[in-house]
Design a protein around this ligand. Structure first.
Ligand code: SAM
Length: 284
């Protein structure tokens, strides 16, 4: 990532979430009509014009994954809200639309979007161009996870460290050095009991095989070409153990086959994760 520039890799999942709305059947894995046109390239006409590309197996699989990881985080957030959580921290928010979708859930929360300052400036410009006002209950928290602690960033905002919070961290850990990943998790661990974090991670190359290994290698090479190389990957069992050793009370590993069963079974549009995608839900 170039100093002072907005993240390029934030665009791709945003465009594919829009393609999910436009091209896939109902019910959607993630209901996100606001994603259509949210960023340049995510317009319905643009997606329909490039149908061959968007209906190619790698992009169908990628959009299934981008939609699913948000759905998993938002379903987990809904459960946390049912138990009283009222703060939602979106780490590496990119062009996440949750805070701007009119819903009871988003208005009942104080939402903190944490990201590189330059990515936030770009997002605000997009919101202004779309005439979407930033709701009063949404705070922007500029943080570079490699240079600054999440705690320092949140301390500059009106975040309440004495109340539980739900954190999502989607499509970010692979772009950070391991130290930055664990330092951020330590901040989350210092939050009140019942705070939670949902995040995805990339598996160690050695744990991959066949078609999944080839498609992950392509995704990693493409990120590197864009100047945002992947820096950390994990073995699922090691990561779970490390989180428990750090002090998280409950650590759930949610893999692609569990996600397939929970969210994709019975679909008639062929949308599938095809074995890719790994998430953790950890509770303080
Ligand atoms: C692939 S995008 C994912 C965006 C969004 N969470 C989504 O799923 O659509 C990665 C996000 O992580 C942010 N990011 C990457 N490295 C970062 C760092 N060192 N500090 C803060 N944000 C970072 C980028 O700005 C970008 O918004």
């Amino acid at each position: 990532m170039k100093e002072g520039e907005a993240s390029f890799t934030a665009r791709f999942p945003a465009i594919l979430r829009a393609a999910h709305q436009v091209l896939d059947g109902n019910p959607k894995i993630l209901d996100d009509p606001l994603s259509i046109g949210f960023v340049e390239g995510a317009e319905e006409s643009e997606i329909q014009t490039n149908l061959e590309r968007y209906q190619s197996p790698p992009l169908v699989q990628a959009r299934a994954w981008f939609a699913m990881r948000h759905r998993f985080a938002e379903d987990s957030l809904a459960q946390a809200m049912a138990n009283g959580t009222r703060q939602y921290v979106v780490l590496g928010a990119g062009l996440d639309t949750f805070a701007y979708r009119p819903s009871q859930a988003s208005s009942a929360l104080h939402i903190f979007e944490v990201d590189y300052p330059a990515t936030q400036v770009w997002k605000k410009e997009r919101l202004a161009a779309l005439q979407i006002a930033i709701p009063k209950h949404v705070s922007y928290v500029p943080v570079d996870f490699e240079r600054q602690s999440l705690a320092q960033g949140l301390a500059q905002s009106d975040f309440d460290f004495s109340s539980p919070a739900f954190f999502s961290w989607l499509g970010v850990t692979m772009y950070l050095e391991r130290d930055a990943v664990f330092n951020t998790l330590k901040t989350i661990l210092s939050m009140p009991l019942s705070s939670q974090v949902a995040f995805d991670f990339e598996l160690d190359e050695a744990a991959l095989q066949g078609q999944v290994k080839r498609s992950i290698a392509k995704a990693s090479a493409s990120a590197a070409r864009r100047g945002e190389p992947w820096k950390s990957r994990f073995k699922a069992s090691d990561l779970q153990k490390t989180l428990l050793d750090m002090g998280f009370r409950e650590v759930t590993y949610f893999n692609a086959s569990q996600a397939e069963e929970r969210y994709f079974s019975g679909r008639k549009d062929g949308l599938s994760l095809n074995g890719a995608g790994h998430m953790i839900l950890a509770r303080v």
